[in-house]
Design a protein. Structure first.
Length: 111
């Protein structure tokens, strides 16, 4: 789990594949910005930005990233904020795909 998540590509996980264990979630989480919170079966981060256009641009960036990875989050935004929430439907919880996408979004935002 020490491989740089931004170098990995999301893979299809068949229904019934195991979700990450709490120890795996913690280990992968150490590679992410501290704003990411793993709660239950979700991985979320609320980004604070300057104004509505910046929030919209961040939401679009997350959407384009997710389309490229084939792994899609819930995205919600408003004036000055954008929240992105990842989880993997087929495993009923979190998978490495969620952490790959979160790491890539972190890198994109860090510029």
């Amino acid at each position: 789990m020490t491989e740089d998540l931004t170098t990995l590509k999301c893979t299809d996980l068949p229904k019934g594949s195991p979700a990450l264990t709490p120890a795996e979630i913690e280990a992968y989480g150490r590679q992410l910005h501290s704003g990411w919170i793993a709660t239950g079966d979700r991985l979320s981060r609320r980004f604070e930005v300057k104004g509505y256009p910046a929030a919209h641009m961040l939401a679009n960036a997350a959407a384009f990233l997710s389309e490229r990875e084939g792994h899609h989050p819930d995205i919600c935004f408003g004036w000055g904020w954008c929240e992105v929430t990842w989880w993997t439907h087929t495993v009923g919880g979190l998978s490495v795909n969620d952490f790959i996408c979160a790491a890539k979004l972190d890198a994109l935002v860090a510029g």
